[in-house]
Ligand binder design. Structure first.
Ligand SMILES: CC(C)(COP(=O)(O)OP(=O)(O)OC[C@H]1O[C@@H](n2cnc3c(N)ncnc32)[C@H](O)[C@@H]1OP(=O)(O)O)[C@@H](O)C(=O)NCCC(=O)NCCS
Length: 152
């Protein structure tokens, strides 16, 4: 593990965009990588850094779960979760989710959810998330499921 090298810092939405593009949506333009709510006051963006090098990112939004899944009760949404290929499996993603979870639950202990792509189901399961509902397709990206972490 590379835990001792990991420093989690708050970053701006703007700082996330290069990694969003290179890891998550290389087929899209940078202008499309502005997600709704990026600049909301309750949103925050975290980066895992080695020195000034941004190695992994996560964004968190205070958004209820999708219609029909939680009756409009409050929620926190993770989006833009991405680690650079060269550091995957060394704990950066886990650290980001855990720091974001603790920060969000310090504000409101609501379920944390995401639209997880199939290749990341195992990552979220290791962090305590579970799939709810049916699988669905996002055009150009592939099969997804809503995954949820319920506060204990
Ligand atoms: C999914 C992703 C964010 C994981 O980040 P990461 O930095 O490699 O995650 P970590 O190293 O912190 O892994 C935490 C644990 O999950 C495991 N893990 C990581 N990715 C996994 C995967 N895709 N499937 C199963 N397990 C996985 C790790 O082995 C580790 O297990 P351990 O705690 O037993 O050692 C990263 O692979 C990535 O950016 N993938 C491409 C983009 C993507 O799919 N993003 C998610 C969109 S929903």
């Amino acid at each position: 593990m590379a835990d001792e090298l990991i420093e989690i810092r708050e970053i701006s939405a703007e700082q996330t965009r290069a990694v969003r593009q290179s890891v998550l949506r290389p087929h899209q333009a940078a202008s499309e990588l502005v997600y709704p709510g990026d600049e909301d006051t309750e949103s925050f963006h975290l980066g895992a850094m080695r020195g000034d090098e941004l190695l992994a990112i996560l964004s968190m939004y205070h958004q209820p779960m999708p219609d029909g899944r939680a009756d409009g009760t409050p929620g926190w949404r993770i989006r833009g979760m991405a680690s650079l290929p060269e550091i995957r499996g060394t704990g950066y993603g886990r650290n980001l989710v855990e720091v974001a979870r603790d920060r969000a639950w310090g504000i409101e202990r609501a379920p944390i959810w995401c639209n997880a792509r199939e290749s990341a189901f195992g990552f979220y399961e290791k962090l305590g998330f579970a799939i709810v509902g049916e699988l669905f397709e996002i055009e150009g990206i592939g099969t997804h499921a809503v995954m949820v972490l319920i506060p204990i």
